[in-house]
Design a protein around this ligand. Sequence first.
Ligand code: ADP
Ligand code: MG
Length: 252
Amino acid sequence: MIEIDGVSHAIGGQPILSDVTLRLPKGGVTALIGPNGAGKSTLLSLMARLQRLERGAIRFDGLDVARTPTDRLALKLAILRQETPIGTRLTLRDLVGFGRFPHHRGRPGPGDQEKVEEALALFDLQDLAHRFLDEVSGGQRQRALVAMTFAQDTDYLLLDEPLNNLDMAHARHLMRTLREVADSHGRTIVAVLHEVNYAAAHADRIVALKRGRLAFEGPPGEVLTDERLGALYGTPVTVREVDGHRVALHYA
Ligand SMILES: Nc1ncnc2c1ncn2[C@@H]1O[C@H](COP(=O)(O)OP(=O)(O)O)[C@@H](O)[C@H]1O
Ligand SMILES: [Mg+2]
C-alpha cells in the first residue's frame, strides 16, 4: 500500500501541493489526472524522493520514503520522469539494462540479462534492441523507457505521462501492457495520464489533482462524470458509457 499523509510542498513561497492525503492499495493501475500545473509531476517526484519532502509523510508498504536509503528505495519503486535526460548513443538494450543497476551496481550477471530480455519481449522491443536511441521513433523510445522502469523489478512503478509521443495504436498497446504488468506480474502502477479515456478504459482507480489539492478519487465508473471532469479541467465535458467504459467527449 502507498500511504500519502498530509503532503504539502511549496516552491519559492508558492504552494504547489496542499495537504494531500491518499491511500493506494497494492496492485492494479492508478491513473493520476488533472490539468497542467496541478502538481501531478511534483507529487510523483516526492513519492520517488527526487525532491525532498517538506511536509507530511509518504510510505510504501510501511517504508518511509524520507528515511529509506536510496539503494533500498530503488528496489521498492521505479520512476519514469516526464523528461528523461539520456544520451542518444545508447542502444535500446543498454537503456533497458540501466533498470538493472540497483540490483547489480555495475556488474550485471546472467540473471540481469534475463530480466532485460524479459522486459524487451514484454514491451515488444526485441527487434529494435540493437538500435541506438536516435535511430528509433519517439514512441519506440518512450516504450523503451517504460521497459527500463519495468526491468528495475520493483513492486511499484511510477510513470509520468508514459503515453507521451504515442499514437492511438501504440498508446492502447502500452496501456494493455501496463495492465498485464499489474495483473500478471503483480506490480502496482501509478501513471499520470492526460487522456482521461485511457484512464477510464484501463485504470482501476482515478486520482484527480487540481491546484495542488486532491479533487476526487475512486473507480472510473464512479468518479468520471460530466460535472466532475468539467470542474476539474474547467471546460465542458460530456461523459457517455460505451461497452461498459466511461468515455469523455470533449473535442467539439
Ligand atoms: N522548479 C520549479 N520552480 C517553480 N515552479 C515550479 C517548479 N516545478 C514546478 N513548478 C510549478 O508547480 C506547479 C505544479 O507543477 P507540476 O507538478 O509539474 O504539474 P503537472 O505535472 O500537474 O503539470 C506548476 O504551477 C509549476 O509551474
Ligand atoms: Mg507533469
